[in-house]
Design a protein around this ligand. Structure first.
Ligand SMILES: Cc1cc2nc3c(=O)[nH]c(=O)nc-3n(C[C@H](O)[C@H](O)[C@H](O)COP(=O)(O)OP(=O)(O)OC[C@H]3O[C@@H](n4cnc5c(N)ncnc54)[C@H](O)[C@@H]3O)c2cc1C
Length: 478
């Protein structure tokens, strides 16, 4: 990503449009990974999309949520610069729904909208005192920390067991907290945070206590002085839904002066889709699962705002799919034909008998020991050349996984190649083509071959005749 050597992907513009780009204006609302990815792929297809971002800088949670010791901010800036050079316009400090509206953008000529506003509000647990002075949501706390943050030497309690909670704990430890204690409902085995993050938090001096839920935040003169936890007996109900049960009499109290809640996130819609025909199912916006088109045809959604909080790579995948939908929509193309529907069955990896199946574990990157502990610098190294070779040799070589509808003739050979029998062909429209069973294939092939042979023989004869006559004509002329 170095400025001098970075690769700027070419934008592919169909020769038929006789212009250097598609003129259809597309607005992307939200400059997080979903929105930026949609912009990237639209630019690659030949558009000049505009990203509207309410923060001062684009990047979404990659910039304002994930701490820099996990993702350096110059990496995001370099990626964004590539998009700018490909023709993406990024307007920061613009909140759509407040500074401009979807209708005013329509009046400016925008033909389609991609709403990728993420889940930018942190939740509080709804216990007494949870809004006292000294309480924060992890989202707000990490946002502030990513904007420069402040030293804080007091005792911090973080509530939650996911990666966001771990980030809040580790950032608190880096910002000088005397003591960081993290408590979560789940047992150590059930904690949603990754094992790698839990280990690294322990290395940063964070104490993690499992099996406790918040009961009450203690205050004096409106300021936090401690927090009471009750024993969590179970986190999910018989259907696997989140429905914690507690022993209200089994409690612990932790003295502290700051409490950070990492207990969930929500989208902030404000007036963004006021008067639009989009529908909601509870807090979730309704959209087609293949195209992400909402019930208002020119509005598409994707990323955390559609799925709820997930991983950056999910938002990136959603943005790529959205670019295809937006491209089709502004050109009145069919929205669904030839789309990748991600319909696959996951293998039972513990029970695979195919000998070529790869059972080696993935390569783990090294750590730069010269980076001091509790630094905001990312100490993770990239994979070495050797590791890259080992990692790529794990590829099962199953062949193409995405069908190019312009190339696939439905011959079915691919279905015979996969050792795992993972590829199947479906005829979605059997009425549109004629199929022949294997036993009858010669009945179809022989007449066809005869017809072809006659055609070829005739063609050869005619070509020869023309060639000879042209030669004679040429000689006469000379
Ligand atoms: C603290 C934290 C740590 C995380 N760590 C990891 C991790 O280690 N690995 C991982 O894979 N994932 C991680 N995630 C999850 C990942 O960051 C998200 O899944 C991803 O960023 C979602 O992308 P998005 O584009 O849908 O939304 P976001 O990244 O939230 O981006 C949405 C953007 O829309 C903007 N916006 C909102 N409303 C408007 C409006 N009305 N007008 C204009 N702009 C608007 C917001 O300012 C924001 O920039 C983490 C998340 C958090 C919160």
């Amino acid at each position: 990503m170095n400025e001098e050597t970075r690769y700027i992907p070419p934008t592919v513009i169909p020769a038929s449009i006789h212009m250097d780009h598609f003129e259809e204006k597309i607005a992307i609302i939200g400059g997080g990974p979903a929105g930026l990815t949609a912009a990237f792929y639209l630019a690659e297809k030949g558009y000049r999309p505009t990203v509207f971002e309410k923060n001062d800088m684009a990047g979404g949670m990659l910039r304002y949520g994930i701490p820099s010791y996990k993702l350096e901010k110059d990496v995001i800036e370099a990626e964004i610069e590539v998009m700018r050079q490909m023709g993406v316009e990024i307007k920061t400090g613009v909140e759509v729904g407040k500074d401009v509206t979807l209708d005013s953008l329509r009046a400016e000529g925008y033909k389609a909208f991609y709403i990728a506003i993420g889940c930018s509000a942190g939740r509080r647990p709804g216990v007494p005192g949870d809004d006292a002075e000294g309480t924060f949501t992890a989202i707000d706390y990490l946002h502030e920390a990513n904007c420069g943050g402040k030293e804080y030497t007091g005792r911090v309690v973080v509530v939650g067991g996911g990666n966001v909670a771990i980030d809040a704990s580790r950032v608190s430890a880096r910002n000088g907290a005397a003591e960081v204690t993290q408590l979560c409902l789940e047992s150590e085995k059930e904690m949603p945070a990754s094992q790698e993050e839990i280990t690294e938090a322990a290395e940063d001096g964070v104490t993690i206590k499992c099996g406790w839920g918040p009961k009450e935040v203690l205050t004096t003169d409106g300021k936090v002085t401690g927090i009471v936890f009750k024993k969590c007996l179970s986190v999910k109900n018989a259907e696997g839904r989140f429905a914690p049960t507690y022993d209200e009499n089994d409690t612990i109290t932790i003295q502290c002066d700051r409490v950070i809640f990492a207990v969930g996130q929500a989208s902030v819609w404000e007036d963004l889709v006021k008067n639009e025909k989009v529908e909601f199912n509870g807090p979730a916006i309704v959209a087609d699962k293949v195209t992400y088109q909402t019930t208002q045809p020119d509005i598409f959604v994707g990323g955390d705002v559609y799925t709820g909080p997930r991983f950056a790579i999910d938002a990136i995948a959603a943005g790529k799919i959205a670019a295809e939908s937006l491209h089709r929509y502004v050109h009145d193309a069919h929205m669904k034909i030839g789309r990748n529907r991600w319909e696959f069955t996951e293998f039972d990896k513990d029970n695979i008998s195919v000998p070529s199946y790869d059972n080696s574990s993935r390569q783990i990157e090294g750590v730069d020991s010269s980076v001091p502990a509790k630094s905001f610098k990312d100490a993770h190294l990239t994979l070495t050349e050797e590791q890259v070779k080992i990692e790529t040799s794990r590829c099962l070589g199953c062949g193409a996984t995405v069908v190019d509808p312009n190339k696939c003739i439905g011959c079915g050979v691919c279905t015979t190649k996969c050792e795992f029998d993972a590829i199947t062909l479906h005829r979605n429209h059997p009425e549109c083509s004629k199929m022949t069973v294997a036993e009858d294939k010669f009945k179809e092939i022989i007449p066809y071959q005869l017809k072809r042979a006659v055609k070829i023989a005739l063609h050869k004869k005619i070509s020869k005749y023309i060639q000879n006559n042209l030669l004679i004509f040429g000689k006469i002329m000379i």
